[in-house]
Design a protein around this ligand. Structure first.
Ligand code: GLY
Ligand code: MN
Ligand code: MN
Length: 466
């Protein structure tokens, strides 16, 4: 089991205790989750907040922190002889708890009594929004809250306390994210070197996931690999790679410590871009580099998103696909037709870090409201940038025939868009280029030892022997 130094967990919990007022903090770990029959289980994944504060990477654990006494307790059960037959001997929970600086342990069956006693004394039990049914059932049973009210009843003070800590990565976390990035690099680079017209997309998915599992724990999300890059999250991998087509690959690694990476590249299946592809690709790579240059403490990622959007609008205008004043088009949201998603999200123990705590709680700071516009409305990270944040930089341009036709029919932003010219792009697909970025004291830097090829020249050079 991967663990940071004991003092890391102790100091994280001490900081949290100071940021949430009174009552009891309840942390629910995850349990095993069945796939197609009870004993056939998905790979176990611990809850990320539990990992952050308690480190223990095992099912069926919970913890509480009493904010008045400061006492910390981990709840869980030691194995019995029946478990030992199937699982082998396991360390005692009290020894595991001591490794992360927790002095008290209790059987899991005592958790309910403990919480009920706190409630009976009129104390608030703070919990985070549950996302797994098992934990919803546990909360419902222990606290008597109806299922449909659990999300609403979650503690905003607890959520914001956790978010403020997990948003700013410690040096030991950045080291882990760099490792996840290096494994993500290996996944993508291996696929790039192997891809050839005639291969089925799924073969490449298998190769990438093999590299990932061999060097880490699992992929950080379901791999996206498709020549239909215009479908943003395309999990269909049955296409045959065809010379002249582009293949979008959006994939990342989760390593044993559970830190994630998330990269996207768009490779030409036959190793060479057509001129038309180069033109659009270069706009996206320019937007990606622009965002990396612009990102720095003191400005918001929403402004970086808008800056990258203007690069995209200028590029599409140069190609004659739209026309008009760039600022005016940006304010009207013309870019949403071509990039109907946000520029990026926080990344850490979750690839979309802390999404379970609420996208707006994580990605929007005080006074920031989420826009409704297509594209900007999907921006997961809009916050003021601060050193230690880890975010993705993932602009894209997509030609989605159904969306273009809808805008044309409804006349949306019709004064700016050359719908006739766009018809020649209906079979183009899409392009996305994603890097992982650390906000530093003065600016931003890429994470990972090496950057995946990104310029047209670098890509064609790296694929020249395919
Ligand atoms: N994994 C999808 C994304 O890049 O956010
Ligand atoms: Mn991605
Ligand atoms: Mn991403």
């Amino acid at each position: 089991m991967f663990l940071f130094e004991k003092t890391t967990y102790i100091s994280r919990r001490e900081k949290l205790k100071k940021s949430v007022g009174e009552g009891v903090l309840l942390f629910l770990g995850n349990n095993e989750s069945s796939c197609n029959y009870p004993n056939n289980q998905y790979l176990f994944r611990q809850d990320s907040t539990f990992l952050y504060y308690f480190g223990l990477d095992k099912p069926d654990l919970a913890a509480i922190i009493d904010l008045e006494t400061g006492e910390e307790t981990i709840f869980g059960d030691d194995v019995d002889i029946d478990d030992i037959i199937w699982m082998g001997p396991q360390p005692l929970l009290r020894d595991e708890a001591a490794r992360v600086g927790v002095a008290h342990t209790q059987p899991l069956s005592k958790l309910e009594d403990c919480l009920k006693a706190a409630v009976a004394k009129g104390r608030k039990v703070h919990f985070l929004p549950p996302y797994r049914d098992h934990n919803k059932i546990m909360l419902h049973k222990m606290l008597g809250i109806p299922f449909e009210e659990l999300k609403q009843a979650a503690s905003l003070d607890f959520i914001l306390g956790v978010v403020s800590q997990r948003l700013i990565k410690e040096p030991c976390e950045i080291e882990q994210i760099e490792r996840a990035c290096d494994l993500g690099y290996a996944m993508h680079y291996t696929a790039m070197q192997m891809m050839k017209p005639g291969m089925v997309e799924q073969e490449l998915v298998g190769v990438m996931e093999g590299v990932c599992i061999g060097g880490g724990y699992m992929t950080s999300f379901a791999t996206i690999l498709s020549q239909h890059g215009e479908t943003l999250h395309n999990h269909n991998h049955d296409g045959i790679l065809t010379d002249g087509k582009l293949c979008v690959i959006d994939a990342g690694a989760e390593i044993a410590s559970h830190y994630a990476s998330d990269f996207t590249r768009t490779w030409p299946c036959g190793g060479k871009f057509t001129q038309k592809q180069k033109d659009v690709y270069t706009i996206v790579s320019t937007a990606n580099n622009f965002a990396l240059d612009m990102a720095r403490p003191g400005i918001t990622y929403k402004d970086v998103h808008l800056g990258a959007s203007k690069i995209i609008l200028q590029g599409l205008s140069n190609l004659g696909l739209i026309h008009g004043d760039i600022d005016e088009m940006c304010a009207a949201g013309v870019q949403g037709l071509f990039m109907p998603h946000g520029l990026g999200h926080n990344m850490g123990l979750d690839v979309h870090d802390m999404e379970d705590l609420g996208e707006n709680n994580v990605g929007y700071g005080p006074g920031q409201e989420r826009a409704k516009q297509l594209g900007l409305g999907s921006l997961r990270m809009a916050r003021l940038l601060e050193p230690g944040q880890v975010i993705t930089d993932e602009p894209g341009i997509y030609f989605i025939p159904a969306l273009i036709e809808k805008w044309k029919k409804e006349g949306t932003n019709a004064q700016y868009i050359n719908f006739g010219k766009l018809e020649a792009y209906y079979d183009f697909g899409g392009i996305r280029l994603e890097d992982d970025v650390l906000i530093t004291e003065k600016g931003a830097r890429l994470l990972g030892t090496k950057r995946l090829p990104i310029t047209v020249e670098e890509v064609e050079e790296a694929m020249k022997n395919n």
